[in-house]
Write a protein that binds this ligand. Structure first.
Ligand code: KG4
Ligand code: ZN
Length: 342
């Protein structure tokens, strides 16, 4: 007996990417369309929520149409429509949610609600055979979470940031250094020509054994360093600052992620979120995992930053459980379907 393939359309509009993708059986990406608003927001140095919503409205139907064309699939062949409804910019989320509701209704297909952080974790299922249990370090612009993935859709948060997210710290430090947006990419580029040991930026010392993070201290230390250097009339070596900042952040992330695996007797560590594109982080985690007998997995960069393939993959596992949303589905800036992952 052959089991029928399941085709899920994923739609993602939680921040500054309008994305749609079609994924077969949760793992095989048939199409992955992303319209990035980076060029639109760049001039403001960060995402402007109202502009993001308007751009999503303009782009969403074209992006979905392109995803169907790229996959060579007609809408009638879809098994369900999955959409990110939390967390994120509420006006931006609403565009995707409204579009997905209308489409699911018109096609008479099930609608599946997806939590954005959970979707980032599911980015690891794409083109891989990873299966729970595993520990996942989620590092994005808005969140930094260490999550124990016990089963599909079953999560325990082991630690999270108490202030800034890792990506947020990258973006704020980049801004202070006069670099472009998004800051993480620019810091990584500049750090290549800097000395990571030039400045010893302090790492937050939380209680012994805590798997929580705090990045506002490192960020403030960089800002203070920049101010005092400027006041002394000295020239700032931006590459050294970028490299030293990146080194400090990566050091904390790697240590806590490996500790989380060891403490939970878990031999698989996955990475997720936009900051997971960072090669210094990828290399350091790979090395630490090798030293501790932990298998390491990370999605291709395009599935680390915001995309809809991860939404469709997540939607597949929710679809298999028969957990469908109805037309009352709303967008939530914080409270998600999985409130722990906020
Ligand atoms: O997951 P994501 O695309 O969106 C959110 O859900 O927030 O993550 C965006 C974040 C931004 O803060 C961006 O600066 C950061 O990911 N980022 C990076 C790199 N590429 C993107 N941070 C460090 N190094 C990178 N190469
Ligand atoms: Zn994201």
């Amino acid at each position: 007996m052959t089991t029928k393939d399941v085709l899920i359309l994923g739609i993602e509009t939680s921040c500054d990417e309008t994305a749609a993708a079609i994924v077969k059986n949760g793992r095989q990406v048939l199409s992955n369309q992303i319209f990035s608003q980076i060029d639109i927001h760049k001039v403001y140095g960060g995402v402007v929520p109202e502009i993001a919503s308007r751009s999503h409205i303009e782009k969403v139907s074209g992006v979905v149409r392109q995803a169907l064309i790229e996959a060579n699939v007609t809408a009638e062949k879809l098994d369900a429509v999955a959409v990110t409804n939390a967390p994120g910019l509420v006006g931006a989320l609403l565009v995707g949610v409204s579009f997905a509701k209308a489409l699911a209704y018109a096609l008479n297909k099930p609608l599946v609600a997806v939590n954005h952080i959970e979707a980032h974790i599911c980015g690891n299922y794409i083109s891989s055979n990873l299966a729970p249990p595993f520990v996942c370090l989620v590092v994005s612009g808005g969140h930094t979470h260490l999550v124990y993935v016990e089963d599909y859709g079953v999560y325990t948060v082991l630690g999270k940031t108490r202030d800034d997210a890792a990506g947020e710290a990258f973006d704020k430090v980049a801004r202070a250094l006069g670099l472009g947006y998004p800051g993480g990419v620019e810091i990584e580029k500049l750090a290549k020509s800097g000395n990571p040991h030039a400045v010893n930026f302090p790492r937050a010392s939380l209680e012994e054994g805590s798997l929580d993070f705090s990045f506002s201290g490192i960020k403030s230390a960089v800002l203070n360093y920049l101010n005092s250097t400027a006041m002394s009339g000295l020239e700032v070596n931006k590459a050294n600052i970028a490299a030293s900042f990146q080194y400090a952040v990566v050091g904390v992330l790697v240590k806590k992620a490996v500790d989380a695996c060891i403490r939970n007797n878990c031999t698989v560590l996955a990475l997720a979120g936009g900051v997971a594109c960072n090669n210094a982080l990828r290399n350091a985690i790979e090395k630490a995992c090798g030293e501790n007998g932990i298998q390491y997995i990370v999605p291709k960069p395009v599935f680390c930053t915001d995309n809809a393939a991860m939404v469709a993959s997540n939607g597949y596992y929710t679809y298999l459980k028969g957990e469908f949303a109805n037309l009352l589905l709303n967008a939530h800036p914080n409270m998600g379907n999985y409130s722990e992952l906020n």
